[in-house]
Design a protein around this ligand. Structure first.
Ligand code: HAM
Length: 423
């Protein structure tokens, strides 16, 4: 036997017997995005590497450690996209979106790549859906977006989740705060873990995310919180967001230690975390990023967005028992008794399908008993066994699989029977 080739670490196959759950969610997402009048964008899987270093930030974990980058024919550095906001902004600038309309509401869905340490809810290829609003500097757009994310989880039936919000202020104010944070933490730098010692130099805000007990204690005792250093204007903006959320009955908690792992944010940031998940509990995250369009060479444009992990959503929905097995059920299984009736039976199968019922049949010429086992395994709602008698009489018994009861109907009227008996 030759060696088997396995899938790459941190990647997974979406198998034919589970894909229906993903498709069900994908369809619902599309509907919800269109309720909010967002339009879809599809950008390439790879982009120039500098797009991400200039937007997500050179010293972030994503850019520093996790990007899948390669030289294109030995020349230009390209990267498999680790997130989608930068790509959408690149496209927004490249295609002069602002000339088409002052406001753009855009959604996306697709695979992303980060070379993270795989664990439950964290993969190296994972799927995100998300959305971005360009062109509004008002808190209604922040709330439109939070409401959209919140509504998605509510409509999908999730119960155990909480919205957290914070404000990082604008860039100028933040750099003053960062100086203060550094000077308060300097006396404790030597006690920190090695990772935090590095972060202290290049990305000090991320010290808030360290799970190490000693670092956590240092932060709890000595780190000033950015929310206490916002300007009056930033405070007012944040308060307006809170009021608008309350107005829509959207419950939130302020998490003053939340910083998010990407550099482009300004002012409001948020995350929705699930209590049904383990340590990777962020269902989605996002915030305002008013400088990014300009930083990437476009005209100054306010923007706000969020992105959400599909895998974490699926895990949370499984944990909360939200998948309805009914959706996976086959309408009718057709057992074909022998070769004499195969041709007629295939016509009957085709005919029922043409009336929009899902039908499956046997492809291995097995015994009727084996076929009925298959019907059960496939969770068929009904089944029929076609033999010579049935073809001759033109009548057939339709078995209801849930209780074993049978109804005799004309073969020509199978679809009619199904339409009367399937909701
Ligand atoms: P992010 O927080 O890096 O933000 O990712 C958003 C969501 O993607 C996370 O909350 C999580 O659900 C999922 N996610 C991230 N990494 C992984 C992974 N390795 N495996 C599985 N799921 C993962 C962004 O990507 C920003 N672009 C969001 C944004 C949009 N901000 C403004 N606009």
């Amino acid at each position: 036997m030759k060696n088997k080739i396995k899938s790459v670490k941190g990647t997974y196959d979406l198998l034919p017997f589970e894909i229906h759950k993903w498709q069900e969610i994908e369809n619902k997402l599309k509907k919800i995005f269109s309720l909010y009048n967002f339009r879809e964008i599809r950008t390439p899987i790879f982009e120039k590497s500098k797009l991400f270093s200039r937007s997500v930030g050179e010293f972030t974990d994503i850019v520093n450690k996790e990007m899948y980058s390669f030289l294109d024919k030995g020349k230009e550095s390209l990267t498999l996209r680790p997130e989608l906001t930068a790509s959408v902004v690149r496209s927004y600038i490249e295609h002069n979106f602002q000339q088409i309309s002052p406001i753009h509401k855009i959604w996306y869905y697709g695979p992303l790549f980060r070379q993270e340490k795989p664990q439950a809810g964290r993969y190296r290829q994972f799927y995100q859906f998300g959305s971005e609003i360009f062109g509004s500097a008002y808190p209604e757009s922040d709330v439109e977006l939070i409401d959209l994310a919140y509504t998605i989880y509510t409509k999908l039936g999730l119960k155990n989740f909480t919205l957290y919000i914070n404000s990082l202020g604008n860039k100028e104010n933040r750099s003053k705060y960062i100086e203060l944070l550094k000077s308060e933490l300097l006396p404790h730098k030597n006690e920190m873990c090695d990772n935090c010692k590095n972060r202290y130099e290049n990305n000090v805000l991320r010290l808030f995310d360290c799970k190490n007990k000693i670092c956590k204690n240092i932060m709890n005792e000595h780190a000033p919180l950015i929310i206490d250093y916002l300007t009056n204007e930033e405070k007012d903006y944040f308060n307006e967001i809170k009021e608008l959320l309350e107005n829509l009955n959207i419950k939130y908690k302020v998490d003053p230690t939340m910083v998010r792992g990407l550099d482009y944010y300004t002012n409001m940031i948020f995350e929705i975390r699930s209590e049904s998940l383990g340590s990777q509990d962020a269902l989605c995250g996002g915030g305002r990023y008013d400088n990014l369009v300009e930083d990437l060479g476009g005209k100054s444009t306010s923007a706000v967005g969020f992105a959400a992990g599909m895998e974490r959503l699926m895990i949370a929905m499984e944990k909360e028992n939200l998948f309805d097995d009914e959706l996976n059920k086959l309408d009718i299984y057709v057992a074909i008794m022998n070769e004499n009736v195969r041709n007629e039976s295939m016509k009957i199968v085709k005919n029922i399908r043409s009336n929009n019922f899902s039908v499956d049949t046997d492809f291995q010429r097995r015994s009727v008993k084996a076929m009925m086992r298959e019907a059960n395994r496939k969770k068929a709602k009904f089944s029929i066994v076609i033999g010579e008698n049935e073809i001759q009489s033109g009548e057939i018994k339709i078995k209801t699989m849930s209780d074993g009861s049978e109804n005799t109907v004309k073969i020509d009227e199978i679809s009619e029977f199904l339409s009367q008996n399937i909701l």
